[in-house]
Each structure stands twice: as structure tokens, then as C-alpha cells.
Design a binder for this molecule. Structure first.
Ligand code: AMP
Ligand code: ZN
Length: 137
């Protein structure tokens, strides 16, 4: 898509530190890493977010996440890694071309991503699950 920065990266029109490339997937280092080695995985074909991603690309994305995740851990000496994928501004999505963050993590690095809340009761929790189930297609 014209004027999409990640499309331009996948097409080689603007530079990136490439980590991986296949027919359908491209991976490169994030310019503003949480930790060095923080990598972004994108489908080459533009999709705004996860809801617009053709599901048949899922296999290629998961294979890339496994391959890149293992290589990032080995290259950085990380003890683990997070896969994070933001959908929508409210979720922190800044670039509107779907992407998965591979973030190396180290024992005791102290990063915390999630604030926690609680359901008022088990009934309230079960009601939430029922509301979600009712909307599945
Ligand atoms: P998100 O907030 O999930 O949309 O993440 C977008 C990510 O893209 C941020 O972590 C940015 O640092 C990263 N980013 C934006 N532009 C570039 C670029 N040209 N090269 C590498 N990473 C980028
Ligand atoms: Zn794009």
C-alpha cells in the first residue's frame, strides 16, 4: 500500500536491518528496541491489523516467529521472549500494517506489560465468557 512505511520496508524502498525474509514474510529490527534484538515480523502483503490478515498466512507467520524467536534468543543470550501484537490505537498500534514484536527477555529484567484487574465474581466472569462466545462466527 502506498505511503505505508512497513510496505516500503518489505519492498526494500526504505532501509531496514533485515533478519528474515520468505515469499510472504519479512522480519527486521525495531528502531526503538525494548531490548537489543527486538525484531518485528510482518506479512509482505499489506493488512492493517490481525482482523484483516488472511488466515492462511498464519502458518507462515508462526513459522517465522518460531525461527526468529529462537535465533533472537541465541544471538542475545536471552532467557525467554515475548510475542506482542497490537491492534488499534487503544492497544498501542502506531504502524497500521500488522506486525508481531519479538522481544528478548532476561531473568529479572523487571519489565511488566500488564496491569491487572479482577472480576467481581465467578458469575461475572462466566457472563463475560458467554458474551464473547455469543459473538464468535
Ligand atoms: P506498534 O506500536 O505495535 O505499532 O509498533 C510499531 C513499532 O515500529 C515501534 O516499536 C517502532 O519503534 C517501530 N518502527 C517504526 N518505524 C520503524 C522503522 N522504520 N524501522 C524499524 N522499526 C520501526
Ligand atoms: Zn503496509
Amino acid at each position: 500500500m502506498a505511503d505505508c512505511i512497513f510496505c516500503m520496508i518489505a519492498e526494500g524502498k526504505i532501509p531496514s536491518s533485515k533478519v528474515f525474509e520468505s515469499d510472504t514474510v519479512y522480519a527486521f529490527l525495531d528502531l526503538n528496541p525494548v531490548h537489543k534484538g527486538h525484531t518485528l515480523i510482518i506479512p509482505k502483503k499489506h493488512a492493517k491489523d490481525l482482523l484483516r490478515l488472511p488466515p492462511e498466512l498464519g502458518r507462515d507467520i508462526v513459522e517465522a516467529m518460531q525461527n526468529v524467536g529462537r535465533a533472537v534468543m541465541e544471538a542475545t543470550g536471552a532467557d525467554g521472549f515475548n510475542v506482542i501484537q497490537n491492534n488499534g490505537r487503544a492497544a498501542g498500534q502506531e504502524v497500521e500494517h500488522v506486525h508481531w514484536h519479538i522481544i528478548p527477555r532476561f531473568d529479572g529484567d523487571g519489565l511488566a506489560f500488564w496491569a491487572q484487574t479482577k472480576y467481581e465474581s465467578m458469575d461475572a466472569m462466566n457472563a463475560m465468557a458467554a458474551q464473547i462466545r455469543a459473538r464468535l462466527v
